[in-house]
Design a protein around this ligand. Structure first.
Ligand code: ADP
Length: 847
């Protein structure tokens, strides 16, 4: 309620102000007294400074007087004898000519006497300003301590009963000769003090010069107020006195103080004024304070009211507590207490609930931890600060082969680590001490199994701080299998270097980046070392392999050995691996096999020739019989004497022609039978077919079949070993004739066709023989497969070898009971570029 807030605010504000006022008054009095003292000190100091300066100005005036032109002129003709009896001249009623009217114009208090002495200080002339005679101490002889030839002397001293300011300076004549001293005597009295304090605001204060020994007043600014010869103590009750020592003057006998007097009544009046003013100020401040404070209380109260209402609603909704009475109005503070009680109860309840939940969570966490420990694949061991095992999971049991009951309480280092591993473990542990709560970098160690076996492990230590004690949890991972894998990887890495076959790696720039030991012969052949480039042609091959991403195979002869190199590009990594294989033996075997094959072919040919030979013999018979007939005819004619030379010549020519024919036949036979190295030449396939047919003329007529030739109109160029291809054709036609013999003569037909198809030269030998059993057909080209009595079964096998050597193909088609067709296909001879090769061994046509 607002009025309660206002009353409370006012009461509190007034109470606070009353307390503060009390404290403040005391503080203000203290400050005021200090400040007053400072002010008085300052004023006193100012008075003294002014007084001191005032004295100095007399020094300057004396110097002016001593240097007055008329004085030096006055002194010029004078001579003061030492012996002379002194009788000073006294000017009483008028000013001497050597003294200007300086003081009358100046603000300084006028001197009572001005003295002129000789150099010994004997007084020669005196100017007396008033009625007072010159003090006796100065009448005849001036004390020498008051004189200084080189500097001005200023002294305050007591002469008789009075204080005087005495200033002196040396006086010279116009020629600069030291003639003596000029002294100015000024009585230090009220006039003097008043003049010295002119311009200083001393207020109602008074100043005086005091004898410091007797504490007696010698000169006073206001003698009626502070009389001369009174004592300082007389005034201490009524005045605030600040006394300061006066600078001592050389030659002075007096020990003087400069005292400032401020009447006590005046100080008190000032203090009263200040206090009244300050109290009024404080009252205004207090009024503002009370108003602001009341306003503040009012604002806080109304705000609190709102907050409490909100809190009530909140507590009602959130916690379901009954609505406290303050919602219906009433004393806010009492209601607040009510509410706080409710709140405290709720807090207690909540604390209990939280504690219950915390315990449940702890139990869960413990269960979770236990489950984790159980399920962990890694060994987990917890050590106390002395390194003894206090926790040990099943994985640790498995790893170390030590049961939990035996492990708990054991010193970990002694029980589970061999001697060699202990220093490293200690280092890890020490590091963990310095990195509080942070997991460590891992370390690899050797641990000890119960059976004495050493197990490589990776270990990491996590320090745990709990209730001021430090524990360490070790996570231990068995790395035996990893170590083994590493070993295997290492051994695999040596794989290439251990290979007995050359293995090299070449980068995209053609540089050899790796070569194993076995590669030495290759490097020698290339004249290159690892780090150097491959020869140009090999570099090109490497680039080609990388570009196409296709492996390439090339051969290299090095040190008498033949190597087959597989260039395997690894395109994404930008290099090519070269795997080489020594194929010298393979090549040699191939060579030998080729030789054997050639021999076999030859043997086979001989066997074929056995069959052909009969025909050939028959063929040879004809020219030979003709020769014999012609020769016999000639002989008979010559013996009968009837032979005309023309007839004889004709017969002889016939003999020659027949002999040539016989010779041709023998030549061809020899070509077939002869053992020649395989050599290829270009020929017309049609021509070869005709040739073979002519060999077999005898055979065909024996079998009673005429070969039907269906040769292509144009020549079919092939580049083949002529003898070998003729052998194949002889074999095919020979087999066909053999097959036809099994058929009645009327059904025997033999047809040879040639044709040019795409890039292939083709020959087909078709017969109307009995055909071939399908089972037999499959194995027809296998060696030693024959159905003939006395047959070798090698003809077709050799034919297939020959054809395949020519990159061709041979195959058979057969319909049982209707005949067989053997197909032969050879690659066409490529058109030869001019000058690029030879067309050697082109057979001359036989006929
Ligand atoms: P050989 O003639 O010594 O038996 P080949 O290898 O020349 O050896 O022939 C193997 C076999 O193939 C022959 O024994 C024969 O049974 C069969 N053969 C070959 N050509 C024909 C053919 N034109 N008709 C039927 N059978 C054939």
């Amino acid at each position: 309620m607002p009025w309660i807030a206002i009353v409370v605010g006012l009461a509190t504000g007034i109470a606070i102000w009353t307390v503060l006022d009390q404290i403040q008054t005391r503080q203000v009095d203290k400050i005021f007294d200090q400040e007053l003292q400072i002010q008085l000190d300052l004023r006193a100091r100012e008075s003294l400074i002014r007084f001191d300066r005032y004295l100095s100005s007399y020094g300057a005036t004396t110097r002016l007087l001593a240097n007055y032109r008329k004085l030096s002129e006055y002194l010029e003709p004078l001579f003061w004898s030492d012996d002379e009896a002194i009788d000073p001249v006294i000017y009483k009623d008028f000013r001497p000519q050597w003294l200007p009217d300086f003081f009358e114009r100046d603000a300084l208090a006028p001197p009572s006497h001005v003295l002129l002495t000789d150099p010994h200080g004997r007084v020669r002339e005196i100017f007396q300003a008033g009625s007072d005679p010159v003090p006796a101490e100065m009448a005849i002889q001036v004390p020498t301590q008051l004189l200084d030839r080189h500097d001005i002397r200023t002294v305050i001293d007591r002469l008789g009963e009075r204080l005087y300011l005495i200033t002196s300076d040396a006086a010279e004549d116009a020629g600069g000769y030291h003639m003596g001293y000029l002294l100015v005597l000024v009585p230090v009295d009220a006039t003097f003090l008043a003049a010295s304090q002119r311009g200083v605001d001393v207020g109602r204060a008074s100043v005086a010069l005091v004898d410091s020994d007797e504490q007696r007043i010698l000169a006073s600014l206001d003698p009626s107020l502070i009389p001369i010869d009174s004592f300082l103590s007389d005034w201490s009750a009524t005045h605030v006195i600040t006394s300061q020592s006066l600078p001592e003057y050389e030659g002075s006998d007096s020990n003087l103080l400069f005292a400032t007097f401020v009447p006590q009544s005046r100080v008190e009046r000032m203090s009263r004024h200040v206090r009244i003013f300050e109290r009024r100020q404080r009252f205004y401040a207090a009024a503002v304070f009370v108003i602001v404070f009341t306003g503040l209380i009012y604002l806080v109260s109304s705000r609190l009211n709102k907050v409490l209402k909100r809190m009530t609603r909140f507590s009602q909704r959130a916690l379901g507590i009954p609505e406290p009475g303050f919602q219906r109005g009433g004393n806010q503070l009492v209601l607040l207490e009510d509410w706080i009680q409710h709140f405290t109860q709720l807090v207690l309840k909540a604390r209990e609930e939280m504690s219950r939940r915390h315990q449940a969570a702890m139990r869960e966490s413990e269960a979770l931890k236990a489950a984790m420990m159980e399920a962990s694949l890694d060994a987990i061991v917890t050590l106390d600060h002395s390194g003894r095992v206090i926790e040990y999971n099943p994985a640790a049991e498995r790893l170390f082969g030590v049961g939990r009951p035996f492990a708990l309480g054991a010193v970990f280092v002694e029980r589970f680590l061999p001697d060699v591993a202990r220093p490293a473990f200690k280092r890890l542990l020490d590091r963990s001490r310095h990195r509080h709560r942070e997991p460590l970098g891992r370390g690899e160690l050797i641990a000890l199994h119960a059976d004495g076996a050493e197990i490589p492990v990776e270990i990491s230590i996590a320090p745990i701080e709990r209730v001021g004690e430090r524990f360490f949890t070790l996570y231990i991972h068995d790395i035996s299998s990893r170590k083994q894998a590493e070993q295997e990887i290492k051994s695999l890495a040596r794989f290439a270097s251990e290979s007995p076959h050359p293995i090299l790696r070449v980068n995209a720039a053609g540089l050899i980046v790796y070569a194993n030991n076995a590669s030495r012969p290759l490097l020698r052949a290339w004249n290159a070392d690892p780090g150097e480039p491959l020869p140009e042609d090999w570099g090109t091959a490497v680039a080609a392999a990388l570009e196409t991403a296709q492996p390439l195979e090339r051969e290299l002869e090095a040190g008498g050995q033949v190597y087959s190199l597989l260039l395997a590009p690894i395109r994404d990594l930008g290099y090519v691996n070269l795997y080489a294989r020594d194929i010298t033996a393979v090549r040699r075997a191939e060579q030998e096999s080729r030789q054997h094959q050639a021999e076999l072919v030859h043997v086979c040919r001989l066997s074929t020739m056995g069959e052909v030979a009969t025909g050939m013999a028959h063929e040879l018979n004809q020219p030979l019989s003709a020769i014999v007939n012609y020769a016999n005819g000639c002989v008979r004619r010559l013996q009968g004497g009837q032979g005309q030379p023309e007839e004889l010549v004709g017969a002889m020519n016939q003999i020659t022609a027949q002999a040539k024919r016989a010779s041709e036949i023998i030549k061809r036979l020899r070509a077939l039978v002869g053992k020649q190295p395989p050599a290829r030449a270009e020929a017309d396939l049609n021509h070869l077919v005709r040739e073979v047919c002519s060999f077999l003329e005898f055979e065909t007529s024996r079998v009673g079949v005429a070969i039907e030739l269906e040769l292509s109109a144009e020549a079919i160029p092939v580049c083949v070993d002529l003898v070998q291809v003729e052998q194949v054709l002889l074999n095919l036609v020979g087999n066909a004739l053999d097959a036809l013999e099994e058929r009645p003569e009327s059904e025997r037909r033999l047809r040879i066709c040639t044709e040019l198809e795409d890039d292939w030269a083709q020959v087909a030998v078709a017969d109307s023989g009995p055909g071939i059993e399908p089972e037999h057909l499959k194995r027809l080209f296998d060696p030693f497969v024959t159905t003939k009595e006395g047959g070798m079964g090698m003809g077709l096998a050799i034919s297939q070898t020959i054809v395949e050597n020519h990159e061709g193909r041979i195959w058979a088609e057969s319909v049982l009971g209707h005949g067989s067709t053997f197909h032969l296909r050879l690659p066409l001879a490529l058109p030869v570029q001019e000058g690029a090769g030879t067309r050697a061994n082109v057979l001359e046509p036989i006929d």
